[in-house]
Every structure is written in C-alpha cells, then in structure tokens.
Design a protein around this ligand. Structure first.
Ligand SMILES: [Zn+2]
Length: 264
C-alpha cells in the first residue's frame, strides 16, 4: 500500500492533477523535501503509531510555489471531489498540522512545549502540564414546525445562502442546553423534542459539529440582526441556496426533505 500525504500550503490541500485529482504519494512528495517546513504522522491517540505509518501531513513553505502537476483545494471542497472519508482524513491532518506548528508554549508557565512520544499531546518540561490538540464542540440543529424547516441566513454566509442554526457549546452546558440557547439567542423561539442526529469533524479551525433535530415549541421568529440577518420556515420542496452536500448542515436538511417524501 502506498503512503499518502496530506500536503498543505496556505491552508489549502495540494492534490495531484492529471486525468483525475488524487492525493499525493511519497513518490510525488520526495522532490519537495526542501520546501516542506513541518511534517508528521497522522494518528488519533495511539492508533497508527505503528512501525509503518501510511498517512502523513506536511506543510509547505508559504514562499514556495504550487508544484507542477498539483492544484490547491480549499478544505471545504475536498468532500465533493474526493469523498467524505478523505474530507475527514484531511480535517484530521489539518488540525494536527496546526497543533504541531502553532501551539508551541505552555499556557501555565510559558515554556516551550515538547511532543509526547505516546500520543498527540504536548508536555511542558518545566511545570509538567499536558496539553491535547483542541477540539471545540458546536451544536447544529434542524428545527421543524408543521412540516416546515427553520433556515436562517448567517451574516458570514455567501449571498442568498441559508442553513440550519449552529453555535459553540459554552462551558458547563449540555449539548441540549446549547441547542435551546442558540436557537433562543439567534431567532427568539423555544424548541422541544431535541434528538441526536449525528456528528462531524469540522476543521475550521478545530470544531466538531454535533447535530440534532428538534420541534418548535413556542415563539415567533425574530433574527438577532447581528449573527442572523434573516430566518424563515421553508417547505421541503421550496429550498433556498443550501450548504454543500458533505456538511452535516446539508445532511440535516436532506434528512428533513426525505422524511417529507421529497425526491431529489
Ligand atoms: Zn509549563
């Protein structure tokens, strides 16, 4: 089996581009050694730390040009081109790369951290504090009311794009608490019947999206005007511009449409 490289430059993933796009192998990366500023093995916990690792991440110098025969792809587009599994692996590679390259000092005493030999943690040689790669949970929820789904326009979205409500979990909150609070803060309604749907790593920069479905309980939509510019209840056959297929947001919306018998 060939070794696969998740090679990044300026936060974009580099793919070999011949008849079709594919991830680079060791053979493709060999000649780029002098342009690579950091690299490592892709592993979660102890897994993959065997003698013959098969997957690596690497970061190219920002000054280097994109190698001939390669193209740079935004992480958000990886799923639609290489599939969902490659998107998750690229997400893992990207987060490990950032962890190794950008989290260098102890948050307690400021000394330079050293990598652990057993997992992805880093240890402070002075005070002994141990740090792990950050993962920030966020909730995302599809709220239904009388056969319609709540979709909102976030101020950061591309023009005309609508999606389900999402937001970061606060310290001390359960996921369900976070769902209720986010919906209340962003569009002023109350929800009930909160049910787990699924989760998805979201490397922008180090989230995990935890998805739920819920039902409207009370209140009328009133966008907060800061984060949410517009919100409405949408029928399954009258959808606005939606997020791409690989996102859990889209899966929640597609799940709602299928549950209402819409073929697409
Ligand atoms: Zn320290």
């Amino acid at each position: 089996m060939e070794e696969i490289w998740y090679l990044f430059k300026d936060h974009k993933l580099l793919l070999c581009h011949a008849s079709k796009m594919r991830l680079p192998t060791s053979r493709d990366v060999e000649c780029l050694a002098d342009k690579i500023v950091s690299k490592g093995v892709i592993a979660i916990g102890d897994a993959g730390r065997d003698e013959n690792p098969r997957q690596y991440w690497a970061e190219m110098s920002p000054e280097a040009s994109i190698p001939e025969g390669m193209v740079a792809l935004g992480l958000r587009d990886v799923g639609s081109i290489l599939g969902e599994e490659a998107f998750y692996a690229a997400a893992r590679a990207f987060q490990l790369m950032n962890w190794v390259g950008r989290y260098r000092f102890c948050m307690s005493c400021g000394d330079t951290l050293e990598p652990s030999s057993v997992d992805n943690s880093k240890i402070c040689p002075t005070c002994g504090s141990v740090f792990y790669p950050p993962v920030s949970p966020a909730v995302i929820v599809a709220v239904e009311r009388e056969g319609k789904i709540l979709l909102a326009r976030n101020a950061s979205f591309p023009p005309k794009r609508y999606s389900v409500i999402a937001g970061f979990v606060e310290p001390g909150e359960s996921f369900e608490d976070a769902v209720r609070r986010e919906v209340r803060e962003e569009v002023s309604i109350e929800v009930k019947d909160i049910k787990y749907f699924g989760s998805q790593p979201w490397p922008f920069p180090h989230s995990i999206m935890v998805g739920f479905t819920a039902k409207w309980a009370s209140g009328e939509l009133k966008p907060d005007g800061r984060e949410i510019l517009d919100a409405g209840w949408f029928s399954p056959d009258e959808m606005p511009d939606l997020p791409p297929g690989v996102s859990i947001a889209r899966k929640l919306i597609d799940n709602f449409r299928r549950s209402r018998g819409v073929e697409f």
